[in-house]
Design a protein around this ligand. Structure first.
Ligand SMILES: [Zn+2]
Length: 344
């Protein structure tokens, strides 16, 4: 099933072949048209098959321009697959945790070199959820015209095929478990590497604030020199139609389950500052252009993807309950919502 159009899909298919029977790959085909051939959407799964086991989903390429997000997910999947032949500790982890990958959510946009899909819809503005407060003009999602960026799709229309497939897979593979995490890898926002959690549609705290605070606390405690800014997305901007808001709200309808969707926003303006010529390259703003910088970006983020697997596998050992949950919630409110919040 090698795909001759898109190197990222070719690479994914090579990794799947390398993984052999340890992986399962499910494919939905996006129809040809609008200047792109028929393209596959691949879901790759491995690890624990118990439906009550914790799970982690890794996603990339929701925005077709942000190839580095796909590259980070593929580098992590490749690392997992390459270790299957010898890493007994990894096998022990995989007995307890399920891993789910959709590294190229928007192959048509990637092929065309556009943020949106071939129908000009921004998939991260396409979910049926409206922000409760004013959003930035255009960038928060708009229905004025598909010729303008951040187009949501028309009101009342079904979700785009890519968004619908992603949502169906997340609901089937991640929701309904006692604990699951999603990590969706993007680039293009600001100078810092950020890890966002819901909401994008409102400023008030998510119901699972204690759990997300506990997760970042164990990450910070075990990676004392990390460079991420953890924060609710609403601290940066609000948006309509965020897929992770939608999926988080769906997950909240299932009592007794915790689903924490995180978005990694790699700070691509850092790359532009180091190489201003990227401003004049169509894909350059969103992707590090120089090979050594590309490799460094891939290396820098693999510990976070590895952490997500370990944290999910060990979730009963750190998920707070009772008084501990109250303390985490209070700490989170002080850090991100308090008058004296000092987040860098
Ligand atoms: Zn993005």
């Amino acid at each position: 099933m090698a795909h001759k159009h898109l190197p990222e899909i070719e690479q994914l298919e090579r990794i799947v072949a390398l993984g052999g029977a340890a992986l399962r790959c499910e494919t939905r085909w996006l129809p040809e048209g609008l200047g792109v051939p028929a393209l596959p959407l691949h879901l790759v799964t491995l690890g624990a098959t118990d439906p009550q086991a914790p799970a982690v989903g890794y996603f990339g390429g929701v925005h077709g321009l942000e190839r580095i997000g796909t590259d980070v997910v593929l580098a992590w999947l490749h690392s997992v697959v390459a270790r299957l032949s010898w890493d007994t500790a990894l096998h022990q982890q995989l007995e307890r945790v399920r891993l789910v990958f959709v590294p190229v959510v928007n192959p048509g946009g990637m092929l065309r070199g556009t943020r949106a899909n071939p129908r000009d819809v921004d998939l991260m503005r396409n979910a049926p959820v409206d922000a409760l407060e004013p959003v930035p003009w255009l960038a928060g999602g708009q229905r004025l015209s598909r010729r303008l960026p951040w187009y949501r799709g028309s009101a009342g229309a079904p979700m785009e095929a890519e968004s619908a497939a992603l949502c169906a897979w997340v609901e089937r593979e991640l929701h309904g478990r006692p604990f699951s995490l999603a990590l969706d890898c993007h680039s293009g926002f600001g100078m810092r590497d950020r890890v966002w959690f819901p909401f994008a549609c409102r400023r008030d705290p998510m119901p699972h604030l204690a759990q997300v605070h506990a997760l970042q606390a164990i990450f910070e405690a075990s990676n004392s020199h990390h460079a991420y800014v953890f924060e609710p997305q609403s601290r940066q901007y609000l948006a309509h139609g965020d897929l992770w808001d939608h999926l988080y709200l769906r997950a909240c309808e299932r009592p007794g389950t915790v689903f924490l969707p995180l978005t990694l926003e790699m700070g691509s303006w850092l790359w532009v500052k180091k190489n201003p010529r990227q401003l004049f390259s169509r894909s350059g703003i969103f992707n590090p252009q120089i090979a050594h910088r590309h490799r460094r970006v891939l290396r820098r983020h693999l510990p976070l993807l590895d952490f997500a697997m370990r944290a999910a596998a060990a979730s009963p050992s750190w998920l707070p309950t009772g008084d501990a949950a109250d303390r985490h919630r209070q700490a989170a409110l002080a850090r991100w919502w308090g008058a004296g919040g000092t987040e860098a």
